[in-house]
Ligand binder design. Structure first.
Ligand code: IPD
Length: 272
């Protein structure tokens, strides 16, 4: 129902902006790591935790029957068939160092909250430092601060600017480095911006041609996927698989086709 999709994308924007206000208002001069997660270089700050609690409280007030899956506090199942998928700060390492590329990512998906099976319905990625806000609702287009977005026309891979990112585990990084060494000579250039949610928005607005990454979590993908799709991107895995934790490739269809074929040839969906 278009009215419900619009209401969901408006609520995603409202709560993402509100978490952005909290993050901007309370940024300490020097951010400290509160804990680490999957490895010693995978940080959690007090603000990741505070931002997620803030988002959960707002959503509980407005959508008490929906599920919520968040990076820091896991899954609280709901009964409506919809799940809010939250990254309270995507780009935590940038946040930690004061690099301005981090965002609050709020997506809503229907069905199982697993990227290989879900249907992305609506989402908002709010870039905190420059307050740029990307939104989309299924069937209703993608927007940055009210301006409609469209992916770049498909270019051959050799002239494409490709974004990627790296996981936090050493064995995965070794494999990602090996793939990158093969890819780099075959593309225009590579960007590692440090926030997968913003990478997907960049594909949507055309400031990247394409993005790929292995090992992304549902909260890195939920909002960015619907924004990219609504801007005309194809979202895919390798060898015909849907985009998921194994691999996400996003961009104009022909570029995704070429990039996914090369990544499959390089075995980019396996660790060393
Ligand atoms: C990370 C960022 C990064 C990507 C990592 C993610 P986090 O999310 O999106 O760009 O390369 O794979 O884990 O940890 O900052 O929320």
């Amino acid at each position: 129902d278009p009215a419900e999709v619009r209401a969901l994308s408006e609520l995603a924007e409202r709560v993402a902006r509100s978490a952005g206000d909290l993050i901007r208002a309370t940024r300490p001069a020097r951010v400290q790591v509160a804990a680490t997660k999957s490895s010693d270089v995978d940080p959690v700050t007090a603000m990741d935790l505070a931002s997620e609690s803030h988002l959960r409280a707002l959503l509980a007030e407005h959508r008490p029957h929906d599920g919520v899956l968040g990076e820091e506090h896991g899954l609280e199942p709901g009964t409506s068939g919809l799940t809010w998928v939250l990254d309270p700060i995507d780009g935590t390492v940038n946040y930690l160092y004061g690099v301005p590329a981090f965002a609050v990512s709020v997506g809503v998906v229907a069905g199982d909250p697993d990227p290989a099976r879900w249907t992305p319905v609506a989402g908002c990625v709010h870039a905190v430092e420059d307050s740029r806000t990307y939104t989309a609702g299924r069937g209703q287009g993608a927007f940055r601060d009210g301006v409609r977005l469209e992916v770049n026309p498909a270019r051959p891979l050799a002239s494409s600017l490709v974004g990627t990112g790296f996981g936090y585990l050493a064995a995965r990084r070794r494999a990602q480095g090996r793939v990158l060494a093969e890819l780099l000579p075959r593309v225009r250039d590579v960007r590692r911006i440090g926030s997968a949610a913003l990478d997907l928005c960049r594909v949507a607005e055309g400031s990247l041609d394409a993005h790929y990454e292995r090992g992304l979590n549902p909260w890195d993908l939920a909002a960015g996927q619907v924004i990219a799709i609504e801007a005309g991107a194809q979202v895919s895995g390798l060898r015909g698989a849907p985009a998921g934790v194994e691999m996400s490739v996003v961009g104009p269809a022909a570029t995704v086709h070429e990039l996914a074929a090369l990544l499959a040839e390089l075995g980019a969906d396996a660790d060393d």
